[in-house]
Ligand binder design. Structure first.
Ligand code: ADP
Length: 736
């Protein structure tokens, strides 16, 4: 019997006991609710709510548990639904036979290939929960091959900061080599605690941060990026609450809310104000509307976001909670996204009520931040993953499944939310990337783990709260040891989740893995929505040495490409923008480059003269330079370019929807560039006819896979200097 199985079995018993404890304390268990109809998910009582525990009490409880576990063998009942899913979210299938008397459930333990099966009857008599035969794992399709290595993969951990402990454990499990003080020779992987720029001298290998990610995911920038895609695809991006940027959109906010209230006087919305760049709930407060004195005092001073407050979140134990999901962006070009199958849920510590004048300032009721709630007297530290103020996502989903909630639907909505959000921020990330690692310049390739904070609404719809570029990878938590004194102690829940995420990220980034022709995204031009699977059916790969569990990260993109590809419109706009940036390392278009873009794409005409183009450039650029306080360079940034592009698209294709206008203008520009390139190619061939074939093909070669820079083929400008060069100079350049 494997350790893993023993652990799971032990947890099953613990869970049963916790349910038993709850019963003894008179707390309702889920099974007291009717099973036949979907329960009100907003008020699922728990069996796991406990009094705050100290380490000693939890030890004590451990003893009680094991005893109770024995008892459960004969009389386990209602509580047996509380089986935690260990390490794998969601392979829980809770079936009911037609008369509703019996549930069959099976837990697919992915790392062992075993199935735990259980039957319980609604009358409370437990039948059995036992480990059954191995389940046939799906064949590998991940396209990885482990190349023979003569030396272990090297990891520079000198900048890892708070993720160090989890990283060390991961490296140890992989039997890789850690360089805690860095290394003069290049390492294969450089693990940075904060930013791509933590170490400026890296020119090869891989870094676990993308340039620009911090900037892109600040609250204001994320809101801007989401706003743009919401304008294009309002139905697809309705998972992000309506937001206004402060102080610049205060008037807009004011007007819109006034209009809403004029239309319907019964509407009584609440808003949440968040300072830009804030984290851990710092500086966040709720308001009733634009005239709230708190807002008017702050709105002029600080940049931030005011956002529609979700008033009806899903509750468990009457508490609000949110989900922390770990997402790996493995590469920008081609875009590859993985989601960790296990995540965390963070609970408030004061029972939730919809906002009213009395409770608006109760942070323990409205904010789920761990860093805030840890200071509440009601915070529950628990050794179990399915009780307490921080739990695994799987344990929460399992409870919902046991209540009859369609968690497959919830999970697939969450995956869609993640993919769409990444699609929204990728265009600007590509601009940052090419500025820091221009094509042709030596540099590392990048990957990054992001932390998605997601709230489930009462109707189970997931809502994106924010994306963290530096999700905490600490595997210890703060514990109050005496009044006012906190100490860091190991946190089993954090370790369980985070070490797997880091370790499996490393495995995916292992430079020894040669990529074979990847199983292509499912082909076909069908517009139908493809069902997003809960299970990573194809991405599991067996461990190279048999000792490691299968991956906890599931590829979701390009796996589910079909239904999301049409959303990648802004990347095409960004590609145009990058193409005309000209100088390497630049992030802004100058007026001449903007004119070149207009001319090359033949966008000016008698109705839109070059003089109007100049005015458009000046007008938009001036406005944007006022709204982006940290703009380092003068000129037109991507967001301003997007505004100009939308404006031109609107003028030219008046009768269409915005996304069709933008799509049509893009096609027009791309067609012009294609024909321009064809001409340039012909010229380039003729002007390099004397060159050896190998050199000719090099000039048109694709950049390496990790680089997000668009393929820069020779443009007319690239070729022109060749014409001007004297033959001898040309030859000299080529040899260099
Ligand atoms: P921070 O980076 O400071 O943690 P968040 O955007 O994550 O800021 O917000 C902090 C907390 O506030 C969230 O964890 C969540 O509990 C709550 N929250 C944030 N936005 C909303 C919203 N729109 N509706 C309801 N609750 C929200």
């Amino acid at each position: 019997m494997s350790d893993h199985y023993l652990k799971v079995k032990c947890q099953l018993e613990q869970m049963k006991t916790v349910g038993g404890d709850a019963e003894r304390h008179g707390v309702a268990t889920e099974e007291h609710l009717p099973q036949s109809s979907p329960p009100d998910p907003c008020s699922i009582p728990t069996s796991g709510r406990e009094a705050p525990s100290t380490p000693s009490t939890s030890k004590h409880r451990g003893k009680i548990r094991s005893k109770q576990g024995k008892d459960d063998k004969s009389s386990c009942g209602k509580d047996s639904t509380e089986v935690p899913l260990h390490r794998s979210v969601v392979s829980a299938r809770v079936g009911q036979n037609l008369n509703g008397q019996e549930h069959e459930r099976s837990l697919h333990l992915k790392e062992t290939g075993k199935m735990l099966q259980g039957k319980s009857e609604t009358n409370g008599n437990c039948v059995t929960i036992h480990a059954s035969k191995h389940i046939q794992e799906n064949p590998r399709e991940d396209g990885f091959k482990v190349a023979r290595r003569s030396r272990p993969v090297t990891v520079d951990t000198s900048k890892a900061k708070t993720s160090l402990e989890a990283l060390k454990l991961s490296i140890k499990q992989l039997k890789w080599k850690e360089y805690p003080l860095g290394r003069r020779a290049a390492c294969d992987i450089h693990w940075h605690g904060i930013s791509f720029h933590d170490n400026e001298s890296i020119v090869s290998g891989q870094v676990n941060k993308f340039p620009g990610m911090i900037e892109m995911l600040r609250k204001v920038n994320l809101s801007r990026a989401m706003r743009t895609v919401q304008e294009l695809f309002p139905e697809e991006y309705d998972f992000y609450p309506r937001s206004w940027i402060l102080p610049e959109e205060y008037e807009q906010f004011s007007t819109q809310i006034r209009m809403v209230k004029e239309n319907d006087a019964t509407v009584n919305p609440t808003f949440i104000v968040k300072p830009d760049g804030g984290s851990q709930g710092d500086g966040i407060y709720l308001i009733r509307g634009p005239s709230d004195p708190k807002l008017t005092a702050c709105s002029q001073a600080k940049q931030g976001v005011v956002q529609e407050y979700i008033q009806k979140p899903l509750l468990i134990d009457k508490l609000k909670f949110d989900i922390r999901l770990y997402v790996l962006i493995k590469s920008l070009e081609p875009l590859e996204i993985y989601i960790a199958k296990e995540g965390l849920t963070r609970f408030c510590t004061e029972p939730y009520q919809e906002p009213n004048q009395k409770n608006m300032s109760h942070v323990y009721m409205h904010l789920t931040n761990y860093s805030l709630n840890i200071h509440s007297g009601n915070f529950v530290h628990s050794d179990s993953q399915s009780t307490g103020s921080k739990r695994t996502l799987s344990s929460v989903l399992y409870r919902l499944a046991a209540k009859g909630v369609d968690i497959k639907r919830v999970w697939s909505d969450i995956i869609a939310l993640v993919i769409k959000t990444v699609i929204a921020v990728v265009p600007e990330l590509k601009v940052y990337y090419q500025a820091d690692i221009p094509p042709g310049k030596p540099g590392p390739t990048c990957f990054q783990i992001l932390g998605f904070d997601i709230l489930l609404m009462k109707n189970l719809k997931p809502v994106l709260l924010e994306v963290n570029s530096n999700p905490s990878m600490r595997i210890e938590h703060e514990m109050k040891v005496s009044p006012g004194v906190f100490e860091f102690v190991p946190s089993p829940v954090d370790e369980e989740v985070k070490v797997c995420v880091i370790r499996d990220t490393l495995r995916l980034m292992d430079p020894g893995h040669k990529k074979l022709p990847v199983s292509q995204p499912r082909a076909g031009g069908c517009e139908d929505k493809e069902e997003i699977q809960m299970e990573a059916e194809t991405q599991e790969r067996s461990p190279e040495d048999g000792a490691l569990p299968s991956l906890c990260l599931k590829q979701v993109y390009p796996k589910y490409t079909k239904q999301f590809n049409s959303l990648r419109l802004m990347e095409r706009v960004a590609s145009l923008f990058i193409r005309f940036l000209g100088v390497k390392g630049n992030m802004r278009l100058g007026p001449t480059a903007f004119r070149t873009f207009i001319r090359t794409c033949k966008l000016s005409n008698s109705n839109f003269t070059m003089a109007s183009v100049d005015i458009l450039y000046i007008d938009i650029t001036r406005r944007w330079s006022g709204t982006v306080p940290d703009s380092r360079e003068a000129g037109m940034g991507l967001q301003a370019f997007v505004e100009a592009f939308f404006f031109m698209a609107g003028r030219r294709f008046k009768s269409l929807l915005l996304r069709e206008q933008v799509g049509s203008l893009l096609e027009l520009c791309e067609a012009q560039l294609e024909s321009q390139m064809a001409v340039d190619d012909r010229r380039s061939v003729s002007c390099s006819r004397a060159l050896p074939r190998s050199v000719r093909s090099q000039t048109l070669a694709q950049p390496h896979l990790g680089s997000p820079a668009p393929v820069r083929r020779a443009t007319s400008q690239d070729c022109r200097p060749h014409h001007r060069l004297k033959p001898r100079t040309l030859r000299a350049n080529v040899e260099t």
